[in-house]
Structures are given as structure tokens and as C-alpha cells.
Ligand binder design. Structure first.
Ligand SMILES: Nc1ncnc2c1ncn2[C@@H]1O[C@H](COP(=O)(O)OP(=O)(O)OP(=O)(O)O)[C@@H](O)[C@H]1O
Ligand SMILES: [Mg+2]
Length: 333
């Protein structure tokens, strides 16, 4: 458990990550993901509880733990005045690599993270996404057996995100154990063997992506209405057929509602929409996605890839949480 004054940041987080696998930690803003990572990486002392990382007790032997882990934090920690190359070489030297080996490793990582062109510029001239990549590269200078990455791809464009996924897959196939937090459910779906959903400092669900989807159950009816003015009436109609809350995406005029009843029900929905004079562009039945799992467990829609690039990084994210809406998706009870 970890409290900050009155805030119970962690209140019963029980996680187990088998060697050589990836655990994805998902949760809305303020759920306790970063606090969990900070406790496990010895940066923060929990008030109570026990944690073992790479076979070592984190509270009793923090120094030993530090030697076998790598961390890439939520906010990039690079030296602004050093160039990208110097930053990476410095990390190598901190880990007692020979100067030549540190240089070679730095060059390799600069290539891998698409930073070769900017390698000899001070980091303070880097864009947000470039810093993020430099920070990740720094965490990979040496290959520790256990890695922690707190929102590694937040703020990366789709191409750089894909490339980082490849780097992560290689790392894990080489035997690294990874705990990764993310707001991108597609990322968790893609990379994580196991997923833990955290909310209010507790793990509220855990399993593989398939297990979590099966647990959420049922299918989803998805409707795209032709006219935005018809959204409200369409919500009313879907609510009548649904087995849970409907999600509305204003900008795409899309409504989603969990149902049981399959194709027969779909036909009824179409008839009812028609009776009410609501013209539709698209309608379909689909299996739940990890987004649905997240929504039904936490009551929040998760962010989708691309939001950060459009809305301006962290600020948009924190704001999204405060008004209870994210990315224009809204849960309707
Ligand atoms: N140093 C601190 N002092 C006071 N409260 C804190 C501190 N660090 C975290 N908290 C609180 O603990 C809770 C969990 O925060 P944490 O940073 O772990 O969330 P998170 O899941 O990483 O969120 P995000 O998705 O926004 O990164 C929040 O309510 C936060 O305000
Ligand atoms: Mg965080």
C-alpha cells in the first residue's frame, strides 16, 4: 500500500510477471500505474507490502534490485545540454562499459531509434517524440533482465510507435521480463502476454487479452447514423436493446452498445431505427475489444492512438480525465 496524505495511491496491487514475459498495466489517469512502477523500481518506498524483482526483495535490498533493472519513466529524463550521442555514451559509462563499447552501443541505438540524424545536436533541441525515444534508448544501453517502461509510446507518431514495438518484441524474445504501462489498448493487445487493469490503486482484473474480452462477454452492436441530429434518438433505441451502457463517438456519429442475441437482434435494431426514421450509414455486430473491456471495468473510455499528437501531449491527457471524457468518447448510462 502507498498513501500520499489522504490519497491512497496503491491499495492492494498484487502482480506476478513470469520471467521472459510482458505484463501490461492498464488504468485511467491517476489509477496508480506510475506509483506501482516507482515502488517496484525502488524510487518510492511503499508504506506496507512486499515486492520481489528478479528474485530480490525490493524493500530489503534496493541496491541489488537497481543493478538488475532498467527503467524508462513517464517523463523523459535526459540531459538537455548533452547531445543524444553523449547522453547514451554517458549512460554506458555509468554502467562501467569501456569507452569504445559505449560509443558503439550508442551508435547502434541512435540508428534503431531513428535519431542518427540528430545524434550530435543537444537534446534541448529535440522534439517531444525525439526526447521520448532518446530516453527509451538510454534505458536500453545495457540489457538488464527486468525492464520497466512507463507509457513508453505516449507522444510517439504511429511509425515510431510501431518501431518501438519491434524493439520491445526483440528484447523480450531475448529473455527480458517487462512491465509496461500504457494507455493504448492496441499496444497492450499487441505486446502483453498478461494484462492487469488498475483503478483507484487496485488491480480490478487480470488475464490475457482474450480472457479479459471473454469476461466482458456478449457482442457489440455498432451503428453509424447518417445525421448527427439523430444520435440522441438512436441512443434511446439502442438502450432499449442493450445490456449495458452505450458509447457515443460524436465526430464519427458512431454508437456502440453491448448486446446478447446476435443476428436476430441486429435485424430488430435495424427495423426499430427505420420505424423512427433514422437513416444509418453502417451497422454491424462485433466481438468486444480491449477498449470495451476497459470501458466496462473502469467506466472510462481509453485514449486511442493519435490523440496525443493531435491535442498536445500530457496536458490533453490530464484534462481528458478531469472532465470525465476522453477523445470525444463518452459513456452514457
Ligand atoms: N508525490 C505524490 N504526492 C501526492 N500524490 C501523489 C504523488 N504521486 C502520485 N500521487 C497520487 O496518487 C495517485 C496515483 O498516481 P499515479 O501517478 O500512480 O497514477 P497513474 O496511473 O500513473 O496516472 P497517469 O495515467 O496519469 O500517469 C493519484 O491520485 C496521484 O494524484
Ligand atoms: Mg503515470
Amino acid at each position: 500500500m502507498k498513501t500520499f496524505g489522504d490519497v491512497r495511491a496503491l491499495d492492494g496491487v498484487d502482480l506476478d510477471v513470469p520471467e521472459g514475459t510482458v505484463l501490461g498495466l492498464l488504468g485511467p489517469n491517476g489509477a496508480g500505474k506510475t506509483t506501482t512502477v516507482r515502488c517496484l523500481t525502488t524510487l518510492l518506498r511503499p508504506d506496507s507490502g512486499k515486492a520481489v524483482v528478479a528474485g530480490v526483495d525490493v524493500l530489503r535490498h534496493p541496491d541489488t534490485v537497481r543493478r538488475s533493472i532498467g527503467l524508462s519513466g513517464q517523463f523523459a529524463a535526459v540531459d538537455e545540454y548533452l547531445t543524444g550521442r553523449e547522453n547514451l555514451q554517458m549512460v554506458g559509462q555509468l554502467y562501467q562499459m569501456k569507452a569504445k563499447a559505449a560509443r558503439a552501443r550508442a551508435a547502434e541505438l541512435l540508428d534503431q531509434f531513428n535519431l542518427a540524424d540528430a545524434a550530435d545536436r543537444p537534446a534541448k533541441t529535440y522534439s517531444g517524440g525525439m526526447r521520448r525515444r532518446l530516453d527509451l534508448a538510454a534505458a536500453l544501453v545495457v540489457s538488464p533482465p527486468v525492464m520497466f517502461m512507463d507509457e513508453p509510446t505516449t507522444g510517439l507518431d504511429p511509425r515510431n510507435r510501431q518501431q518501438l514495438w519491434e524493439v520491445i518484441k526483440q528484447l523480450v524474445s531475448g529473455g527480458t521480463t517487462l512491465l509496461l504501462t500504457t494507455q493504448y489498448l492496441e499496444e497492450a493487445d499487441h505486446l502483453a502476454h498478461d494484462i492487469a487493469v488498475v483503478d483507484h490503486g487496485r488491480v480490478i482484473a487480470q488475464g490475457t487479452s482474450d480472457q479479459l474480452k471473454a469476461r466482458t462477454g456478449g457482442e457489440r452492436v455498432e451503428v453509424v447514423v447518417h445525421e448527427r441530429e439523430h444520435l440522441a434518438t438512436a441512443v434511446e433505441v439502442l438502450r432499449g436493446f442493450g445490456k449495458g451502457e452505450a458509447t457515443v463517438e460524436q465526430h464519427t456519429r458512431k454508437l456502440t452498445v453491448p448486446v446478447t442475441g446476435g443476428a436476430k437482434l441486429l435485424a430488430e435494431v435495424i427495423r426499430e431505427l427505420d420505424t423512427r426514421g433514422i437513416e444509418i450509414d453502417d451497422i454491424g455486430l462485433r466481438r468486444p475489444t480491449l477498449d470495451d473491456v476497459f470501458l466496462s471495468l473502469t467506466g472510462h473510455a481509453a485514449e486511442t492512438a493519435g490523440q496525443d499528437e493531435r491535442n498536445g501531449k500530457q496536458a490533453a491527457k490530464k484534462h481528458g480525465k478531469q472532465n470525465g471524457k476522453q477523445n470525444g468518447k463518452e459513456a452514457v448510462k
